[in-house]
Design a protein around this ligand. Structure first.
Ligand code: PLP
Length: 374
């Protein structure tokens, strides 16, 4: 039903015809249904392998009496709590149904036919999708060593640039930008555009010169920082994320926000999750150990990975990637093919529990042809 064959395409808004839908990681239930297997592992969507904090489970159970009521559309408590966390006014917080929703609000508010949306090659898939849906022209800066080339991005800024999107660290590459280079970039940007700094994986980053973008909000009023509860906080299925920006930008985002975009269990779960920072610390420690395990394991297998600071690693399988993907699936291991990102030779592999990482590495050893082994 896509492209020329769809008779309704001419009725659709500009941009829709060239739109490619987001390709999510394969759900475990789907793989098991297709192959008639059980005990699969999913290392495809950068989810928290520890699940969620016990406090979250309790908070969601306590929501049962509220399920027939509309949620608090303004999410008073959660916005209050997030404002405290970031040392800003609650009017600076825009809640989303996942941070994806906030990114989409940015596109709907600031992008339209005739303006440009600028991001890097290998940037997060939502940037082109939301930009294209809004009818903007996509301007893609070639990457440098799989990461952002900020000089190239600056060169591509024009008077029509409205939104620049940067994920730090980036998905699907795991690459990151240091404080100095990003600050230097910010200071050189003209003020007729919005810079979105997507910090979905910030909790995992260990590097001391990695910047927390919220520190720059008062200095750069055209900055929107986005965060999510989907990754380290483990709430991917509940869909909660947020933007932090100056209140004038938040006001515009709020105008296109669906009134009840964050449901009651999600609001309660996010509040509870924020209270359990010990869970976050355990999640980070597990991720650090898993990263070591993968580094050593990939090296043993003679595989090259893009250096990552997040909770996933993107590995080069050369022309074998899609065969390896299928072989892993048949062994019950779901990883993420990223040909749709222009990386057909790589698979993105999330860091799981120690035993899941072991199983992934052992399965790789089994399915790799000998030339990959050192
Ligand atoms: C996972 C991810 C998000 C978060 O998506 P949610 O909608 O909050 O679940 C945002 N940006 C990047 C780069 C991501 O990888």
């Amino acid at each position: 039903m896509r492209g020329q064959t769809n008779p309704y395409l001419e009725l659709a808004a500009p941009g829709i015809g060239a739109l490619n839908p987001y390709l999510p990681g394969k759900p475990i239930s789907e793989l098991e249904r297709e192959l008639g297997i059980s005990h699969s592992i999913k290392l495809a969507s950068n989810e928290n392998p520890l699940g969620v904090s016990d406090k979250v489970i309790e908070a969601i159970a306590n929501c049962s009496p509220e399920l027939s009521r509309y949620p608090d559309g303004g999410a008073f408590q959660l916005r209050q709590r997030l404002a405290e966390k970031h040392g800003v006014d609650p009017g600076c917080i825009t809640l989303g149904n996942g941070s994806n929703d906030v990114l989409d609000m940015v596109a709907r508010v600031f992008l339209s036919p005739g303006v440009e949306s600028l991001f890097s090659q290998y940037a997060f898939a939502v940037y082109p999708i939301s930009s294209q849906a809004a009818g903007a022209k996509l301007v893609i800066a070639p990457a440098r060593e799989y990461g952002h080339d900020l000089d190239r991005m600056l060169q591509l800024v024009t008077p029509r640039t409205r939104v620049i999107w940067i994920a730090n660290p980036n998905n699907p590459t795991g690459t990151w930008l240091a404080r100095d280079e990003l600050l230097d970039f910010l200071t050189q940007l003209p003020d007729h555009l919005i810079l979105v700094l997507d910090e979905a994986y910030i909790e995992y980053v260990q590097q001391s010169d990695y910047p927390d973008g919220t520190a720059w909000l008062s200095r750069f009023p055209n900055l929107i920082v986005t965060r999510t509860f989907s990754k380290a906080y483990g709430l991917a299925s509940l869909r909660v994320g947020y933007g932090i920006s100056n209140p004038d930008l938040a006001d515009l985002l709020n105008r296109v926000r669906q009134p009840f975009n964050v449901n009651t269990p999600a609001q309660s779960a996010a509040l509870a999750a924020l209270q359990d920072q010990a869970f976050i610390q355990r999640s980070i420690a597990l991720n650090n150990r898993g990263m070591q395990q993968y580094r050593q394991g990939f090296e043993r297998l003679g595989l090259e990975a893009i250096p990552s600071v997040a909770n996933f690693v993107t590995v080069d399988f050369a022309e074998e990637a899609s065969r390896i993907d299928r072989a892993l699936l048949s062994e019950g291991c779901i990883t993420r093919p990223i040909a749709n990102y222009g990386l057909p030779n790589h698979l993105r592999i999330s860091i799981g529990l120690e035993e899941e990482n072991d199983r992934l590495l052992a399965t790789l050893a089994k399915v790799l042809k000998p030339r990959f082994r050192s």
